[in-house]
Design a binder for this molecule. Structure first.
Ligand SMILES: [Zn+2]
Length: 400
């Protein structure tokens, strides 16, 4: 296979001319002239726009980051966690340095796991540094095939609550990975009645459910030249839910909504701007419909910031139901939009607090979630207080 065929077979796009050298071989120069060619992957345009650039080193008010991943599963298969054992991505001391500099009062570690792993996580972070760390539990999917699962799962939530868990986290595992035989068979529906006792137990114990359903809408479209997240999907083909036996994004959200309707006494924090940041009209409809729902903004300022006027109106209208979150993890740097570091937080603060124009939504050479830039929404102080702290404090039952 020559270079040109290789480029197309790996899905890398070309921009500029397509003049071929010698026997039809195309090269990437990174320094192409008017008749040259350049791989899309090598394209790093520098903006020539000269506008105000604010540097917001600290958030205007101390904040709670409702969405972080400090620990994770050790053993999983086909997207399902199979044991309670945890791995830890950063010591409390390492994290506290960034937290002090960035004005982060508390981090909520959503992936605390279940059983012994959860208890160990709470001990390591929450108990060692009260009010700086809070841990959520997760479903015990290894028990899923037990005929008693609905009851056992509700009991596991009760046990987790006793062990210090502050809420329940649902990963997109539910709807997209968990299958009838756990890792094989047909996909289990989000509103499967076997989970009803779990949702109810969370309501009884006043534990919010942080729920991630579906994924960006582009992940349900073909990874082709029309896909606005082509590069990201091309780098991570396993993130695509196009084809196969996957439900559509709409089917996933409908199943999720049936859970909200069926469990009105349970509080749901719907992550990533209600799982549909590309369509704030849809998120607004659901917030109007379900009073037991709030949203976080984690890993979606790329979406919010490219529609600054719509976003600003959304924050004004739902100022009591939007929580600050990042999806940050001190775990490698493969995903710049999620790396737990100073730069990431500064971008969030700039988006929320300034009217700066056309800046990067992630600390990366190439925008990782699509080739565009964002605009700040310049929120007034009363809304900033709510989004940074007050709304999360209410959901977590922490006194302000
Ligand atoms: Zn997350």
């Amino acid at each position: 296979m020559n270079r040109r065929e290789l480029l197309y077979s790996t899905g890398l796009g070309l921009i500029g001319g397509t003049v071929a050298h010698g026997a039809g071989v195309t090269e990437s120069t990174g320094n192409a002239g008017s008749s040259g060619k350049l791989l899309l992957a090598d394209y790093e345009p520098k903006s020539m726009l000269q506008v105000k650039e604010s540097h917001v080193a600290r958030s205007r008010f101390p904040l709670i980051d409702i969405h972080t991943h400090i620990s994770g599963a050790v053993e999983s298969k086909n997207g399902v966690e199979l044991s309670s054992k945890r791995q830890y991505y950063g010591s409390p001391e390492e994290l506290l340095g960034v937290m002090e500099r960035k004005n982060i009062r508390s981090m909520v570690n959503l992936t605390g796991g279940f059983g012994d792993g959860l208890a160990e996580t709470v001990k390591r972070y929450d108990r060692a540094h009260p009010e700086r760390f809070y841990t959520f539990t997760e479903p015990s999917y290894p028990l899923f095939l037990d005929p008693q699962y609905p009851k056992l799962q509700a009991q596991a939530i009760e046990e987790a609550h006793k062990n210090g868990a502050r809420g329940l986290k649902i990963l997109k595992t539910l709807g997209l990975y968990l299958r009838s035989n756990i890792t094989s068979g047909t996909l289990v529906k989000i509103d499967d009645p076997r989970f009803d006792p779990m949702w109810d137990m969370c309501g009884q114990l006043n534990m919010p459910v942080a729920i991630h359903v579906s994924d960006p809408i582009a992940f349900f479209s073909a990874t082709d030249r029309f896909n606005e997240r082509f590069e990201e999907l091309n780098n991570h083909p396993d993130w695509s839910f196009h084809g196969g036996d996957f439900p559509t994004n709409a089917e996933l959200l409908e199943a999720r909504n049936r859970v909200f309707a069926r469990h009105p006494k349970t509080r749901f924090i719907v992550l990533h701007v209600g799982n549909f940041a590309e369509n704030l009209g849809n998120v607004s409809e659901n917030l109007d419909r379900f009073k037991n729902v709030a949203v976080d903004i984690a890993a979606r300022i790329g979406e919010l910031g490219r529609q600054p006027r719509t976003s600003r109106a959304f924050f004004e209208k739902y100022q009591d139901r939007i929580l600050f979150g990042t999806d940050a993890t001190p775990h490698g740097d493969e995903f710049p939009q999620q790396v737990f570091n100073d730069k990431l937080y500064e971008i969030y603060y700039r988006f929320l607090e300034t009217d700066d124009e056309y800046f990067d939504y992630a600390p990366a050479k190439v925008p990782p979630q699509g080739r565009w830039r964002i605009y700040g929404i310049n929120l007034p102080e009363p809304i900033l207080r709510k989004v940074y702290y007050e709304n999360a404090a209410r959901e977590l039952h922490i006194s302000v």
